[in-house]
Design a binder for this molecule. Structure first.
Ligand code: 13P
Length: 250
């Protein structure tokens, strides 16, 4: 069975001071959650150093990043490289998020380059894939997520494939409250799991309007190994409740 993970993607929310306030409430709650579920938080880059400090005595919560450049250094104004993340013990990095594909020109090709760089530097990529509402309406969902997944993992050998994490995030479900029904999410995630050899043991997370109230209904699906959570990860009590609900069915 793949391991279970709930990851909070804070997107462009919280200053370092606000991150400190979040963890003051969240860490004591997280400490009580059974450890059969991994907890990851991906704050903005500017809150990574203070989060790293805060998590030093709390190995229960792991640090993630929301992006990375595929090169290790160079003239790439505004970008951050994998060794810079490693310095703060960042364990996960989200790549291919639809917001980055949509607004920042992230392509299947750059996602693939980022995955390779992350694996080389001991950071686990969380590769996000998902269809638009137009693609869903025209029956293109499966083709879309398969092509994104195959492209992201292109050139990886079986041991490398086994080290990634995938996230299925239907774009129409992100931040809208219109979550994908759990059985349908599970079906698409089964398609994803079968499209590349070696994904049998890889955690696949569902993302898109996951809330404390619906987290359990995803956790009980066979192909869903956790969640990638945006809005509902910003509130410490709510996020802890969401993880507990998902973990109760692990
Ligand atoms: P919401 O949970 O706010 O819908 O966002 C999902 C997401 O994009 C996580 O990466």
């Amino acid at each position: 069975m793949p391991r279970r993970i709930v990851a909070g993607n804070w997107k462009m929310h919280k200053t370092a001071a606000q991150a400190r306030a979040f963890f003051a409430t969240f860490l004591p709650l997280a400490a009580k959650i059974p450890d059969r579920i991994e907890i990851v938080i991906a704050p903005p880059f500017t809150a990574i150093p203070c989060t790293h400090e805060l998590l030093r005595d709390h190995p229960r919560v792991l640090l993630g990043a929301q992006n990375v450049h595929w090169e290790l250094h160079g003239p790439f104004t505004g970008e951050v490289a994998a060794p810079m993340l490693r310095e703060f013990d960042v364990r996960y990095a989200i790549v291919g998020h639809s917001e980055r594909r949509m607004y920042f020109n992230e392509t299947d090709r750059t996602v693939n380059l980022k995955v390779k760089t992350l694996l080389k530097h001991g950071i686990t990529p969380i590769v996000a894939v998902g269809e638009t509402s137009e693609e869903r309406k025209s029956g293109e969902t499966d083709r879309r997520v398969v092509s994104q997944t195959v492209a992201a993992l292109d050139g990886l050998d079986a041991t490398e494939v086994a080290r990634v994490v995938l996230a299925y995030e239907p774009i129409w479900a992100i931040g809208t409250g219109a979550n994908c029904e759990p059985p349908e999410a599970d079906r698409v995630m089964g398609v994803i799991r079968n499209c590349v050899r070696g994904l049998e043991g890889v955690p696949i997370l569902y993302g898109g309007s996951v809330k404390p109230e619906n987290a359990a209904s995803y956790a009980t699906q066979p192909n869903i190994n956790g969640g990638l959570v945006g809005g509902a990860s910003l509130d410490p009590e709510g996020f802890a409740a969401l993880i507990e609900a998902a973990g109760a069915h692990a």
